[in-house]
Design a protein around this ligand. Structure first.
Ligand code: PLP
Length: 394
């Protein structure tokens, strides 16, 4: 038997994958399962982006590019930051990676030494702790409480800081909760980070998916000091329905960006050339499809939210962004005879034939995650099945 490195032995398999694999297997057996696990928009990549990608290939742009990305793409990203956040970056402050996930991975690799602590608010996106651990760092959790809309407070942040704290991760809008920090809240958290010289990793991948007239604010736009203290992570996956193209990026401190670029030069060489041309088109072309997708998500959210919270034993903080609902299902689990929400989720799949993701993987064991990146028709059927399941068993 091959002994694998301890590094990977300690990896927690993705909670999303386990349930999705089981749902797929049931589907293959001909069972009519509805999957609400998706972490990606269900729309096609907009047509003008596809065309630009093809045109670039026809023109012979199929070779290596600079490791940190094509200059025209960096310039398009810089323009995006100017337009949306009023932040001025230089090309030396941008690194294009193979998806936002890879940008984050590379960031932790260049930032952390053994034992360095990274503060991760719960509920968190599943890859943060694993990426920190892969860089020999130590995740330190603070609880974003449901009664506070899953937001952390400056006091909580302060009390989690030790001599070893290197960074804190903020993800607004959040996967899995859809929570969105206000400018004032970010200002207060930022002050704590500045006072203790903590790097802010600001994952803004859901920036374009915001509802009910709320506004996305980046912590980096609040002051020059905060810009210097923050690495923004973003990408085109969720905004332009481009998950498979794998283009994300990091923006911030020059020496961090340079180190990340060096590391990428020995691992990926560069993000796929065609995908970089597609991303240029995504940012320089019309943004109408982005807004259209946002509106579709908002319509689904508003329709399905009321139906969901009327299921006995369900309560849910209404999301302000992203495309997930993160209801508390503890009471529903108990009503139906399950002690743990994990068991309730398993029964939902086996008996109601609806696949949702248990919150335990996100550090919130009383909740479940439902993605509304699927048609309204399917969503309504899924919620109906959940309701019938709960009502029958209660
Ligand atoms: N950050 C968060 C919070 C996400 O939910 C995701 C995707 O699920 C990513 C980053 C990664 O996105 P990308 O497709 O750009 O790697």
């Amino acid at each position: 038997e091959i002994k694998l490195a301890e590094r990977v032995q300690a990896l927690t398999p993705s909670s999303t994958l386990a349930i999705t694999a089981k749902a797929k297997e049931m589907k293959a057996r001909g069972i009519d399962v509805i999957g609400l696990g998706a972490g990606e928009p269900d729309f096609n990549t907009p047509e003008h982006i596809l065309k630009a990608a093809y045109a670039s290939m026809k023109e012979g742009q199929t070779k290596y590019t600079p490791s940190g990305g094509l200059i025209p793409l960096k310039e398009a990203i810089i323009q995006k930051f100017k337009d949306d956040q009023k932040i001025a970056y230089d090309t030396s402050e941008i690194m294009v990676a193979t998806g936002a996930k890879h940008a984050l991975y590379t960031l932790f690799q260049v930032l952390l030494d053994e034992g360095d602590e990274v503060i991760i608010p719960t509920p968190f996106w599943v890859s943060y702790p694993e990426q920190v651990k892969l860089a020999d760092g130590v995740p330190v959790y603070i609880e974003g409480k449901e009664e506070k809309d899953f937001k952390i407070t400056p006091e909580q942040l302060k009390s989690a800081i030790t001599e070893k704290t290197k960074a804190v991760i903020l993800n607004s809008p959040s996967n899995p909760t859809g929570m969105l920090y206000s400018k004032e809240e970010l200002q207060a958290l930022g002050e704590v980070c500045l006072e203790h010289n903590i790097i802010i990793v600001s994952d803004e991948i859901y920036e374009k998916l915001i509802y009910d007239h709320h506004e996305h604010v980046s912590i980096a736009q609040l002051s020059e000091e905060l810009k210097q203290q923050t690495i923004i992570i973003n990408g085109v996956s969720k905004s332009h329905s481009m998950t498979g193209w794998r283009i994300g990026y990091a923006a911030g401190n020059k020496s961090i960006i340079k180190a990340m670029t060096n590391l990428a030069s020995h691992s990926t060489s560069n993000p796929t050339t065609t995908a970089q041309y597609a991303a240029i088109a995504a940012y320089t072309g019309t943004q109408q499809p982005v807004e259209k997708m946002r509106q579709a998500f908002e319509h689904r959210l508003n329709t399905i939210y009321d139906q969901l919270i009327s299921i006995p034993g369900f309560s849910c903080v209404k999301p302000k962004g992203a495309f997930y609902l993160f209801p508390n299902a503890k009471q529903a689990a108990e009503l139906t005879g399950y002690q743990h929400v994990d068991e309730f989720v398993k029964a939902l799949l086996e008996e109601a034939k609806v696949a949702v993701i248990p919150g335990s993987g996100f550090g919130a064991p009383n909740n479940i995650r439902l993605s509304y990146a699927t048609s309204l028709e399917v969503l309504e059927e899924a919620v109906k099945r959940i309701r019938e399941f709960v009502e029958q068993k209660a």
